[in-house]
Design a protein around this ligand. Structure first.
Ligand SMILES: NC(=O)c1ccc[n+]([C@@H]2O[C@H](COP(=O)([O-])OP(=O)(O)OC[C@H]3O[C@@H](n4cnc5c(N)ncnc54)[C@H](O)[C@@H]3O)[C@@H](O)[C@H]2O)c1
Length: 324
């Protein structure tokens, strides 16, 4: 199969690219930043087209030339609260361009990287301390700009799904962690990465508060595996949206304990209380993964300890993917 990955040089994209190559598929990347450092080991096997998903004609031309069977659409703006116009342009307009280019070129399936943000804020039984797993048909009422653009992009995907022969699928990921994140992204969401990467460099890490808060965190290799699973599943898929997560939360205290099992001398301190990331709205939740399991037989393979071990060994072996 020929696969095109938009945003394929990013944190998740790097593992998506590796996953498809590992299964023997031909992979191209459409990406606005020609930095192949996160896929250095496989870059020679990938055609990288440098372009912007907001440039419809450029994207349409690339898709028409490369003729992928499937597009994995990861390119996104994540700094949405500070730059809402750009977020709308890239996340909604860019997604519409991907959909239109796919239909024009006869692409069979488009898989979109949506997010738990479409469910935020997670309140009442869906929040602390019960964290009732949120199903795909539960409430969708995002109030943050990131979630608003993700939900809007899903609606655009659905419209193309209804009006063309191609399949358009939205995957809603839990909180993703993995190598590359500390280097490429800013803010408290990098806490999961800092707690592994700083000890790997022999440095201390202290989290002032938040040890009791839980979240459904999913390792980036599981994300790539889930994307391949959905992309390669026989048509037709039964649903337009699937949660990709564990279905339960891991507290920050338990995450730190998993790190200490892998790195016994890690200098980590995790304070008590809630809201480790200092979010304005409740953004901690569990996503019900039943649909992915029952329909496609997929569930995550990396529990916290296995993920930490893989992540830690990777940044020790390849310091160039680590952050500062
Ligand atoms: N990290 C998470 O916790 C999480 C959770 C749920 C969903 N997602 C989604 O997964 C996707 C990938 O996330 P990531 O963490 O790998 O982000 P990332 O920023 O590391 O990767 C995105 C890539 O897209 C590229 N890009 C950005 N704007 C572009 C444009 N206009 N045209 C072409 N390329 C562009 C960037 O250069 C970057 O390499 C995003 O859609 C994100 O919203 C992430």
């Amino acid at each position: 199969m020929r696969v095109m990955v938009t945003g394929g040089l990013g944190v998740n994209g790097a593992w998506v690219v590796r996953d498809f190559l590992g299964r023997g598929h031909a992979v191209s990347v459409f990406e606005n930043r020609a930095d192949t450092s996160l896929i250095e080991d496989v870059a020679a096997q990938v055609e990288v087209v440098v372009g912007d998903v907001c440039d419809g004609p450029q994207l349409t031309g690339a898709v028409a030339r490369l003729r992928p069977d499937c597009i994995i659409h990861l390119a996104a703006a994540v700094d949405c609260e500070r730059n809402p116009q750009k977020a709308i342009s890239v996340n909604v307009g860019g997604t519409a361009n991907v959909c239109a280019a796919a239909v024009a070129a006869g692409v069979r399936r488009v898989v979109y990287s949506s997010s738990k943000a479409v469910y935020a804020p997670a309140t009442e039984e869906f929040g602390f301390p019960t964290y009732k797993p949120i199903g795909e048909d539960d409430h969708l009422g995002p109030i943050g700009m990131y979630g608003i653009t993700k939900a809007a992009a899903e609606n655009v995907m659905d419209w193309y799904g209804r009006t063309s022969d191609a399949e358009f699928v939205n995957l809603r990921f839990g909180t993703i962690f993995g190598p590359g994140r500390l280097q490429r992204h800013e803010g408290t969401i990098n806490t999961y990465s800092s707690m592994i990467e700083l000890p790997a460099q022999g440095r201390r890490f202290a989290l002032e508060h938040g040890g009791e808060e839980g979240d459904d965190i999913v390792y980036v290799l599981d994300v790539a595996d889930a994307i391949s699973c959905v992309a390669l599943a026989p048509a037709p898929l039964r649903h337009r949206a699937y949660n990709v997560a564990h279905g339960s939360v891991l507290t920050m205290t338990d995450y730190a304990a998993a790190i200490r099992r892998v790195v016994p001398d890690a200098a980590l301190e995790v304070g008590p209380g809630r809201n480790p990331m200092n979010y304005v709205d409740p953004y901690y939740m569990a996503l019900d993964g039943t649909r992915m399991f029952e329909e496609l037989g997929w569930r995550p393979r990396f529990d916290a300890e296995r993920a930490v071990r893989h992540y830690y060994e990777l940044v020790k072996a390849r310091p160039e993917v680590a952050g500062a």
